[in-house]
Design a protein around this ligand. Structure first.
Ligand SMILES: Nc1ncnc2c1ncn2[C@@H]1O[C@H](COP(=O)(O)OP(=O)(O)OP(=O)(O)O)[C@@H](O)[C@H]1O
Ligand SMILES: [Mg+2]
Length: 249
């Protein structure tokens, strides 16, 4: 079953066409990984899925609702229920880790301080950072910052969590920890996740489905095994990281 669907979407920035008649299914209760060249439009697809961008044409459907039909107020409410782990951690430097993770609860719920403290602690525990609650972001390593970002993205139990390059630039061990954390969080929430990543090893470990974006559209989609066996030379060149092939450099 689909949790969300991007259907025939075209999206331009000025003269530049980023997505052209792009269709992508996001299956419910699964991890869909989105791969593609730098600048292909992967982050843009995540922004479409949480309603931060609207397509020039085509539709973005989440749980049978076309986001274009939502009134501004309902769109804001919808967005609060989608977790977003940003490409760059995007934490508030002047707030502690605990305060950063608490923000979505303070802003969007009527929970008491005591309840918030409890939920924040439990969420930090689920990403292995229960001892960092009083620390400032500047005191943390890159991998820890990412996990704080994960905690903030999932703290209000969203049905959909979007991760933009969760492991980029981190060592293989931390990458492994983060990949495991994404899988575990998805199971705990019993929800749906979309992960944009360049890190093929972690994609092969965590993805239920892989979609490859190229020149504005999804050119390959399937399970890890299906995509690895793809007969499309563009996909094969990408997976092998080869300079030789049909992809224009
Ligand atoms: N706000 C914007 N204004 C103008 N152009 C934009 C804007 N946001 C993105 N773009 C352009 O749209 C294209 C797709 O951007 P996007 O960030 O979605 O790519 P990406 O696949 O996430 O790339 P990367 O792997 O480098 O993060 C790029 O060419 C980018 O320059
Ligand atoms: Mg991006």
């Amino acid at each position: 079953m689909n949790f969300a669907r991007i259907e025939g979407v075209t999206l331009r920035f000025g003269d530049k066409i980023v997505l052209q008649d792009c269709t992508l299914d996001v299956k419910a209760r699964a991890i869909t990984c989105l791969i593609g060249l730098s600048g292909a439009g992967k982050s843009t697809i995540l922004r479409l899925l949480n309603g931060l961008r609207t397509p020039d044409s085509g539709r973005v459907i989440v749980k049978s609702t076309d986001l274009a039909t939502l009134k501004q107020r309902d769109l804001v409410k919808f967005r609060q229920k989608v977790g977003f782990s940003f490409q760059f951690a995007a934490l508030f430097d002047s707030l502690t880790v605990g305060e950063n993770v608490a923000l979505p609860l303070r802003e969007n719920t009527k929970m008491s301080d005591a309840e918030i403290t409890k939920v924040v602690h439990a969420t930090l525990e689920s990403v292995g950072l229960e001892n960092a609650v009083e620390q400032m972001p500047s005191e943390l390593s890159g991998g820890m910052l990412k996990r704080v970002g994960f905690a903030r993205a999932v703290v209000n139990n969203p049905e959909l969590v979007l991760y933009d390059e969760p492991t980029t630039g981190l060592d293989p061990i931390i990458t492994h920890v983060l990949t495991d954390t994404i899988k575990r969080l998805r199971r705990q929430l019993n929800g749906t996740a979309v992960v944009v990543s360049h890190d093929l090893d972690s994609i092969f470990v965590m993805a239920d489905y892989v979609a490859m974006l190229f020149e504005g559209a999804i050119i390959e989609y399937g399970t890890v095994e299906e995509v690895r066996r793809s007969a499309n030379p563009i996909v094969q060149q990408f997976l092998q990281g080869s300079e030789v092939g049909p992809i224009p450099l």
